[in-house]
Design a protein around this ligand. Structure first.
Ligand code: AMP
Length: 188
């Protein structure tokens, strides 16, 4: 199995690049943000809980997020591998993912970290708000909060994969195609 973590701050292009990579490598795309939004639309208990955090730009608690992610992975028994997009976002999530995959005789192959400067992130998120309908993209205060949460709580997760020799930094500036080419080269 080929399991990749696509990492980076909000607006780095994880969703956009995942769409290409799943086709190219025949993988399952698993975005925790997408699963939460799906649940919010469906008015489920999980959706209502997630919304209360997402609207404020905060992380949904680890326990809920990890159980949800594991249930999603279990739905795809025949997968060739996964692209994890927006997960793990904390060290506890990264550790839980390793334990969970190990039980299946599996592991993460690499973390691909899209690096984009903060001004560019804010521009991209506000532009995305025009079409995404995401309230957390439309409010500059929530955007700033999400970037701060990323810097404080999520960015250190990279160290976990660096220690395992699995971290690859990718320049996330430029055209979608340029970034895709860099990713494909890094994946090898
Ligand atoms: P995203 O679609 O990845 O930008 O995520 C949107 C929001 O969903 C985030 O701001 C968080 O509130 C929540 N979320 C998504 N993934 C996670 C995660 N792995 N851990 C905690 N919260 C998450």
């Amino acid at each position: 199995m080929r399991n990749l973590v696509l990492f980076g701050p909000p607006g780095a292009g994880k969703g956009t690049q995942s769409a290409f990579l799943v086709d190219h490598y025949n993988l399952v795309h698993l975005s925790t943000g997408d699963v939460f939004r799906f649940n919010i639309k469906g008015g489920t208990e999980l959706g209502n809980l997630a919304k209360s955090y997402m609207d404020k730009g905060q992380l949904v608690p680890d326990g809920v997020t990890i159980s949800m992610l594991e249930a999603e992975v279990d739905k795809h028994k025949d997968a060739n591998g996964f692209i994890f997009d927006g997960f793990p976002r904390t060290e506890a999530q990264a550790k839980a993912l390793d334990v969970f995959l190990e039980k299946r005789g599996d592991e993460i192959e690499a973390m691909l970290a899209l690096e984009v400067d903060e001004e560019e992130l804010k521009k991209r998120l506000l532009a995305r708000a025009e079409t995404s309908g995401r309230s957390d993209d439309a409010d500059p205060e929530v955007i700033q909060k999400r970037i701060n949460v990323y810097n404080v709580e999520t960015a250190p997760v990279a160290d976990f994969y660096k220690a395992a020799g699995k971290f690859k930094a990718i320049d996330g500036h430029g055209s979608v195609e340029d970034i895709t080419n860099r990713l494909v080269e890094a994946i090898g």
